[in-house]
Design a protein around this ligand. Structure first.
Ligand code: INI
Length: 189
C-alpha cells in the first residue's frame, strides 16, 4: 500500500499566496514575518517581486475566505495561507468574525481543492495574541510549515476522476450551472 506524505524538500517549483488581515496588524505583520522566514529557510523565495509568493491584504479576518477562494480558483497556487488575528476583548464582533472565518476558510479549501491554511489566531486579549506572534513563539512559522507540507502532499496525491485534481472540484460557475440545470430539469417534470 502507498503512504502519502508531504516533505519539505524540492520546494523550488512550489507557489503560494498569502492573504493577510490588516485588523490587528501589530499581530498579523509578525505572523507574516515568521511565515516568510520559514518559507525562505525551506528554499522558497518570499519576495513579492519573485515568482513563488503573491500577497493580498484584506481589511480584516472576515474578508480572508473570499479572497483566499478567489486566489485558489486561479489554479496558480499549491496552497493559500490566511493570516489574521481575532481578539475577543475588543468587540462583540468576535463570535461572528471567528466562526465565519473558520467556516469560510474550510469552504474555500473544499470548493477549490487547494489547501487553504487557517492561520488565524483567536485569543481572549492582545497579550495572548502577541505571545503567539513572537513574544513566546510565532505561529506564523507553523502556518508556513503546514502550507509546505500540504502543497507537497497534494502534488503526490492521485488526480481526480477527470485527471485533474483542481477541475474535479466544483467552481463557482459550475455550481451555479448545476443549480440552474437542476432547477430547469425540475420545471419540465
Ligand atoms: N477583524 C479581525 O481581523 N480581528 C478582529 O478581532 C476583529 N474584531 O474583533 O472586530 C475584526 N473585525 C473586522 C472584520 O474582520 C471585518 O473586516 C469588518 O467587519 C468588515 O467586514
Amino acid at each position: 500500500m502507498t503512504i502519502f506524505e508531504g516533505t519539505f524538500a524540492q520546494t523550488d517549483s512550489l507557489r503560494f499566496a498569502i492573504v493577510v488581515g490588516r485588523f490587528n496588524d501589530l499581530v498579523t505583520t509578525r505572523l507574516l514575518e515568521a511565515c516568510q522566514d520559514c518559507l525562505k529557510r525551506h528554499g522558497i523565495n518570499p519576495d513579492p517581486q519573485g515568482s513563488q509568493v503573491d500577497y493580498a491584504w484584506v481589511p480584516g479576518a472576515f474578508e480572508l475566505p473570499m479572497v483566499a477562494r478567489r486566489l485558489a480558483m486561479t489554479g496558480r497556487y499549491d496552497a493559500v495561507i490566511c493570516l489574521g488575528a481575532v481578539i475577543k476583548g475588543q468587540t462583540p464582533h468576535f463570535e461572528h468574525v471567528s466562526s465565519e472565518v473558520s467556516k469560510g476558510i474550510a469552504a474555500a479549501s473544499f470548493q477549490t481543492g487547494v489547501p487553504v491554511i487557517f492561520g488565524v489566531l483567536t485569543t481572549d486579549n492582545m497579550q495572548q495574541a502577541l505571545e503567539r506572534a513572537g513574544i513566546k513563539s510565532n505561529l506564523g512559522w507553523e502556518y508556513a510549515m503546514s502550507a509546505i507540507e500540504m502543497a507537497s502532499l497534494m502534488r503526490q496525491m492521485p488526480n481526480g476522476a477527470d485527471g485533474n485534481g483542481f477541475n474535479n472540484t466544483l467552481s463557482a460557475s459550475s455550481i451555479s450551472h448545476h443549480t440552474l440545470s437542476a432547477a430547469h430539469a425540475e420545471e419540465h417534470h
